[in-house]
Design a protein around this ligand. Structure first.
Ligand code: RIB
Length: 306
């Protein structure tokens, strides 16, 4: 049961700040941390840490970061045979700012991620068609995302699309065959142009996507929990109460861990419950991938809550 992540990698440059500097101002921030990130790589690592068999298709630059990114994926047992180094390109990087309330603001410079093309998917057809779930995000080109969705449709492989960062140009028609569409509330608002302040509004916006043909919409809402919406109705999974210190990468933690438990048991609500626990633990620590718990920590946390 292999999960294929076709997507991004970044080097996360995380500054822990008291506030953002004003124009022309220089201020000191208390702390900094360097780590491997990128929504695709984070999701791959989260799934692998939960015990999934994962392959990742991604592109890195030929700078000091590229080989380390691939080595990092390998250290989690991820199959990197579809990862490659692009000559004369920088790797993707993400300056991240985390404020004292644990909220993050992220800039991404895609670098080599932009070079992941539809032809790369075709060239890897024999390998990719063996997987059970394809996970996608929007830190690579939209053409490649659409091609991967079409590849999944053609081969009968379920596709999970995390529409992050939100792109108002995303074509609902081209993503309608996705089995899972997993935005956070603000991405859902951008895509549907509908308000999402209350659960009722989230449900109405999610239903707009269900009407467009998507099978399951799962909205991650941080401390408000998560909501599954499909043609049978909707279900809300309540969040675990934890002391959050850094929420960066928590959505990716949810998606990667959800995928592992979904491909294993095909029980969406149960997979969402485990993913809530995995993501909750991740916000209690600093960093993106670095904050993801081990499977033993995850199981101990779930046991302690029941
Ligand atoms: O979702 C968090 C991720 O977004 C970070 O790891 C950063 O690299 C950006 O891709």
């Amino acid at each position: 049961m292999t999960i294929a992540v076709i997507g991004s990698n970044m080097v996360d440059l995380i500054s822990y700040i008291e506030r953002m500097p004003n124009k022309g101002e220089t201020i000191e921030a208390p702390d900094f941390s360097l780590g491997c990130g990128g929504k695709g790589a984070n999701q791959a690592v989260a799934a692998a840490k939960c015990g999934a068999k994962v392959m990742m298709m991604t592109k890195v630059g030929d700078d000091i970061f590229g080989p380390n990114t691939i080595k990092n994926l390998e250290s989690f047992g991820i199959d990197t045979s579809l990862c490659s180094i692009v000559p004369n390109m920088s790797s993707g990087v993400a300056p991240i700012f985390v404020d004292p309330k644990s909220q993050n603001s992220i800039l991404i410079i895609k670098g080599a991620n932009k070079e992941l093309k539809p032809q790369d998917i075709d060239a890897a057809e024999d390998k990719l068609k063996e997987c059970e779930l394809i996970i996608l995000q929007l830190e690579i080109s939209l053409d490649t995302v659409y091609h991967a969705i079409e590849f999944g449709r053609k081969h009968g492989i379920e596709v999970l699309l995390n529409p992050a960062p939100a792109d108002p140009n995303l074509s609902l028609e081209k993503i309608s065959s996705c089995a899972f569409f997993m935005p956070n509330e603000s991405e859902l608002a951008t895509l549907t142009k509908m308000p999402v302040d209350t659960d009722e509004q989230v449900l109405a916006a999610g239903n707009k996507l269900i009407e467009a043909g998507i099978k399951n919409v799962i909205v991650t809402m941080g401390s408000r929990g998560s909501m599954l919406i499909n043609k049978d109705g909707h279900n809300k999974i309540l969040p675990y109460k934890v002391n959050a210190i850094d929420t960066s990468g928590a959505g990716d933690a949810f998606i990667g861990s959800f995928s592992k438990y979904y491909v294993e048991h095909h029980n969406i609500l149960e997979a969402m419950k485990v993913a809530s626990a995995f993501a909750a633990l991740s916000v209690t620590r600093r960093g993106t991938q670095k904050s993801y718990p081990t499977i033993d920590e995850l199981n101990a946390f779930i046991a302690s809550q029941s």
